[in-house]
Unconditional design. Structure first.
Length: 240
């Protein structure tokens, strides 16, 4: 039987005092089964921004965390060994928001990808917010420069803690990046590709069997076939 626990992928919400993490962080912390679980905060996507990280640490504590660990990888003296140890010990791993590709570059450069999977395999609970949620997915999209079209775009590997690709708070532009992702990935694969949208104020919860629930706000699912435009495949209605 798998030791992996369900992963919480939070869309985030700009202008919210709790960044749209309520009640999802508290629910994820309860999933550890500990009264005051030890939490690892991963701030790679924000360049370990001190203001952002401090605010998220306070939110984690208010939601029920005990000690919050924050080894930094974006500083000149990277705390890689501390991050590796925290991944081996923490009850919950929370991946914060920022820039997906920058965050993945730091984690990959530090040689930590296997450590994230080892943490999931031993039963650590994972949660992410905004870019951090995307990082916990399988892949994401990038373009060579700001003027490039989807014909020049490619997808790249993320942490793969959950077996899907997803976008967050993309409702403002009609989920343009999610639709670009599925079209480009379908081209790469030569078969249908799919991606999930996590709206602001909502979350997806994915268990170890791959079962997906929408919490808070219904979640769109996009698909594309090779040489076809992306389209809305279905909408996951709110489970709770």
């Amino acid at each position: 039987m798998s030791a992996r626990k369900a992963t919480t992928l939070i869309g985030g919400k700009f202008g919210s005092r709790h960044f749209g993490t309520k009640p999802y962080l508290a629910e994820a912390l309860k999933r550890t089964g500990k009264d005051r679980p030890e939490v690892l905060y991963v701030g790679a996507a924000s360049g370990d921004d001190p203001t952002f990280g401090t605010a998220l640490g306070a939110l984690l504590t208010a939601a029920g965390a005990g000690r919050v660990l924050w080894p930094k990888l974006a500083s000149r003296r990277k705390q890689t060994s501390r991050m590796r140890q925290a991944l081996a010990d923490a009850d919950l791993v929370f991946v914060g928001g920022g820039d997906v590709e920058a965050g993945m570059d730091l984690l990959r450069g530090a040689g930590l990808l296997d450590d994230f999977h080892a943490a999931a395999d031993r039963g650590a609970v994972f949660a992410g917010m905004s870019a951090g949620s995307i990082m916990l997915g399988k892949r994401w999209i990038r373009w060579p420069n700001a003027d490039s079209g989807d014909n020049e775009a490619e997808t790249y590997e993320c942490l793969g803690i959950v077996p899907v690709a997803l976008d967050t708070h993309g409702e403002g532009d009609g989920w343009g990046e999610a639709q670009s992702y599925v079209a480009v990935r379908a081209r790469e694969l030569g078969k249908k590709a799919r991606a999930y949208g996590v709206p602001s104020g909502g979350a997806l919860v994915i268990d170890h069997r791959g079962r997906i629930e929408a919490h808070g706000v219904s979640a769109p699912v996009f698909e594309a076939l090779p040489k076809r435009k992306a389209k809305l495949e279905e909408t996951l209605e709110v489970t709770r």
